[in-house]
Design a protein around this ligand. Structure first.
Ligand SMILES: [Zn+2]
Length: 408
């Protein structure tokens, strides 16, 4: 009988978090390597760290995930190799989850429990190594352990400071400011990269670039107060985005995204508004993908029933939805002057982020990052400027019509 013992396959995970901000990286602790190993008994995740850090590890069900939180760390690993799934781990993401907290999310194929979590101090030229061993358990055992509160969470001796909610401070509302407030929502961020383009670019960076450019251009008109849901590479829950828009008393909410399609040939911009029933299968699939942002970032959704997960639309939302559709029509017309549009450009589906009952909201998929030509175009400043200008024309037109309607 052949004995296959402890054939520990190691995968080096590098560079997937993108480059750190120059200057700011120096002060932060560093992740110097990340590996996944596999034995018949367990799957091991190892993170090499420049210093001993407090940590918190826990599991989440449905879908099953293992989450590791650390203080804000610098992920700029050398090389550009993408991590490869192995053993029980089917996928892995890392990035900023909230200001001050970096997060690693390990998607697991089956329910697991934390067999061991420990730190190996520096030795033999190796730095601090944080080791997470997980083993498969039955669904029944997983939930039994959870209900007994036996501590699926594993923490270091030193407490990791509590999670700050990823909510940027809002600019104070000026009562004298009669200008309409436009809320710009760059999709995804931090531990949730969004779609990945043909060249490896991340949707979260593209949406932030467009968001910042739109904010600057809108402010330059002097006609609007502008609030952004995020201004850096940080994760933000869908419900936080909605809450921010409402607290800012936004009169228009624009969520910026970019798309991928299994066919590299598909290209064009598209605009979405909220609906219980989707206009078509593709819109429904897109909404499902965009709504998965919280799951991807390792958010516990078990207490969110009836909240953003529920797309049922109430009566108060009808008027808001009508306004959203009007703006969507203006935007389709203006973007169509500058860029290729997807056929049936204005579509609808159950996008959780558009669910505010009071703020007219649209989701703008600027284009397809899976189309080589369009991805290059999306990243060019010339195209960004054109798109930004078209959004501003649509906003101007929308508010002009609103004003006229309130006068008549
Ligand atoms: Zn998106």
């Amino acid at each position: 009988m052949k004995i296959r013992l402890l054939l520990l396959a190691m995968v080096v995970l590098t560079g997937a978090a993108g480059a750190a901000m120059p200057g700011s990286a120096l002060a932060k602790p560093q992740v110097t390597a990340a590996r996944i190993g596999e034995t018949p008994e367990r799957t091991r995740f190892v993170l090499e760290l420049s210093e001993d850090l407090p940590y918190r590890v826990f599991t989440l069900p449905d879908p099953f995930r293992v989450v590791l939180d650390l203080p804000e760390v610098d992920w700029s690993l050398p090389g550009d190799r993408q991590p490869r799934a192995r053993g029980l781990i089917s996928d892995l993401r890392f990035g900023l989850f909230a200001p001050g907290t970096s997060r690693v999310v390990l998607d697991v194929k089956r329910p697991v429990h934390l067999q061991k979590v420990f730190v190996i101090p520096p030795r033999d030229g190796k730095p601090h190594r944080l080791v997470i061993d997980v083993e498969e358990v039955s669904r029944e055992r997983y939930f039994a352990a959870q209900s007994q509160e036996t501590g699926e969470a594993s923490v270091s001796d030193r407490p990791l400071k509590p999670l700050a909610e990823a909510v940027p401070p809002l600019p104070p509302v000026k009562p004298a400011d009669a200008r309409p407030t436009v809320v710009i929502d760059p999709g995804h961020g931090g531990v949730d990269p969004g779609a990945v383009g043909v060249s490896g670019s991340h949707e979260k960076n593209l949406t932030l670039d467009y968001g910042k450019a739109l904010k600057a251009a809108l402010e330059a008109t002097g006609r609007y107060r502008v609030v952004m849901t995020r201004e850096r590479d940080v994760f933000l829950k869908l419900r936080e985005r909605i809450r921010l828009a409402q607290e800012a008393e936004g009169e228009l909410f624009i969520s910026l995204h970019a798309n991928v399609h299994s066919s590299g040939k598909i290209r064009g911009a598209s605009i979405y508004t909220l609906s219980e029933t989707a206009s078509d299968k593709e819109a429904a699939a897109l909404a499902a993908a965009e709504n998965a942002a919280d799951v991807l970032a390792g958010v516990d959704l078990t207490d969110q029933t009836g909240d953003v997960r529920n797309i049922l639309i109430d009566l108060a939302q009808r008027e808001t939805m009508n306004l959203s559709k009007k703006f969507a029509n203006d935007l389709v017309r203006e973007v169509g002057r500058e860029a290729k549009l997807l056929r049936n450009t204005h579509r609808f589906a159950g996008f959780a982020v558009l669910k505010s009952p009071v703020v007219p909201s649209i989701l703008f998929e600027i284009g397809y990052m899976s189309n080589r030509q369009e991805e290059r175009l999306l990243r060019s400043k010339a195209h960004r400027d054109k798109i930004v200008a078209s959004i501003i024309r649509a906003i101007d037109d929308y508010f002009e019509k609103q004003k006229a309607a309130s006068r008549s």
